[in-house]
Design a binder for this molecule. Structure first.
Ligand SMILES: NC(=O)C1=CN([C@@H]2O[C@H](COP(=O)(O)OP(=O)(O)OC[C@H]3O[C@@H](n4cnc5c(N)ncnc54)[C@H](O)[C@@H]3O)[C@@H](O)[C@H]2O)C=CC1
Ligand SMILES: O=C([O-])CC(=O)C(=O)O
Length: 367
């Protein structure tokens, strides 16, 4: 009887503590499920790629199925003001569970406010008869202005992915004019070239693209980039095999393969009379997903990043390298053997980037 009384008294004393503890654990378990909101800026959002990528981001393709997002849509041409609002209405109507808000604006400051990720699609496409240098100089001043706004208004660790061409050099300008954003966070997209190369090899070997890995895209996202298969492998029933040995045609690898990959964008442009929006949007999600989470074990991808001098590439150039990622951090895959053929191609594409960079500098000095 005494024991029972003692136990009862003990329970009465302990109950408020136990209840409090239960409340805290309950709140914590909720916090674990509810991830912090990520704000994603898409510039040039009223364009072709914008229309393809926005629903992908809202559906969790880029940042995972549990990640709530707010989308910041920016486009700067007056006529697109209405189009932007139309896209906003569509995004709302689709009722994506992860989409917590949409801002559609032609004001770059409002667009950049506190964004965690910036997908830079905005820019001028080269029209027929337009000089490449003309297109480049116009896009460079656009990137300078947007870099200033991003540097001032985005979050300090904002991750930036540049699409708009010349994408490596636009990213370089962004790096120069947004010094508050760590240079490790400024990238350009060469994943499309990478995936295109996987597909050409897969077709040749009669396997699926997902069975092929570790091709490298070196250099510029232009027709000088070099798709290198010297370290690439593919999966068979009997284990991994070297692509180069099984293709068994150096001639094909050095001519048709490279040429097809380098000019695939042009071929699609000719066929569609528009850029490769669907595939570009999809691989941009692959790029950011790998960057935020990780590249699968034993596998690398290609991304345009700021050169640290690896493989003899000029320090500071935005150049496509083999990249591994883990938990938001990335590194250039080191120690790969480079043959004479690849070395010459890597230098040629670096030379083009050096020329673009000095052209950019001269354009910006004139302003
Ligand atoms: N790196 C890559 O792998 C790829 C790059 N691209 C490039 O991505 C860019 C976008 O392609 P699309 O969506 O097909 O082009 P698009 O012409 O359909 O859209 C571009 C959008 O940018 C907007 N824009 C123009 N000037 C702007 C400025 N100053 N600020 C903000 N927005 C501005 C336009 O109003 C338009 O809505 C192009 O430069 C294209 O060449 C395309 C495919 C692959
Ligand atoms: O030329 C374009 O706008 C499209 C492009 O970069 C590509 O498909 O690789």
């Amino acid at each position: 009887m005494e024991y029972l009384e003692l136990l009862l008294k003990g329970l009465i004393v302990l109950f408020p503590f136990a209840f409090h503890w239960m409340l805290i654990t309950y709140k914590w378990s909720f916090r674990k499920i509810e991830k912090e909101l990520i704000k994603v800026l898409v510039t040039g959002a009223a364009g072709q790629i914008g229309y393809a990528i926005l629903p992908m981001i809202a559906r969790g393709v880029m940042l995972g199925p549990n990640q709530p997002v707010t989308l910041h849509l920016f486009d700067n041409i007056k006529q697109v003001d209405e189009a932007l609002n139309g896209i906003k209405m569509e995004l709302i109507d689709a009722a994506f569970p992860l989409l917590k808000g949409v801002i559609a604006t032609t004001d770059i400051v409002e667009a950049c406010k506190d964004v965690n990720i910036a997908v830079m699609l905005g820019g001028l496409l080269r029209k027929e008869g337009m000089e490449r240098m003309d297109m480049m100089s116009k896009n460079m001043s656009i990137y300078m202005a947007q870099a200033l706004a991003l540097g001032k208004h985005a979050t300090a660790d904002c991750k930036v992915l540049v699409f708009a061409k010349p994408s490596n050099t636009n990213a370089l300008i962004l790096k120069e004019f947004a010094p508050s954003i760590p240079e490790k966070n400024i990238r350009c997209l060469t994943r499309l070239d990478y995936n295109r190369a996987l597909n050409q090899i897969a077709k040749r070997l009669k396997v699926h693209a997902s069975d092929v890995k570790n091709i490298i895209i070196w250099g510029n996202h232009s027709s000088t980039h070099h798709p290198d298969v010297n370290h690439a492998t593919f999966t068979t029933k009997n284990g991994e095999r070297l692509v180069r040995e099984h293709v068994a045609s150096d001639h094909w690898l050095k001519t048709e393969f490279i040429n097809t990959v380098q000019h695939r964008g042009l071929a699609i442009n000719k066929a569609r009379k528009a850029s490769s929006a669907l595939s570009a949007a999809s691989v941009a999600c692959d790029h950011i997903c790998d960057w935020v989470f990780r590249t699968p074990k034993g596998m690398w991808v290609s991304m345009g990043v700021c050169s640290d001098g690896s493989y003899g590439i000029k320090l500071g150039l935005i150049y496509s390298f083999p990249i591994k990622c883990e938990n938001g951090k990335w590194s250039i895959v080191q120690g790969l053997k480079i043959d004479e053929f690849s070395r010459a191609k890597m230098e040629a594409t670096a030379k083009e980037l050096i020329e673009e960079a000095s052209f950019a500098k001269s354009c910006l000095n004139e302003q």
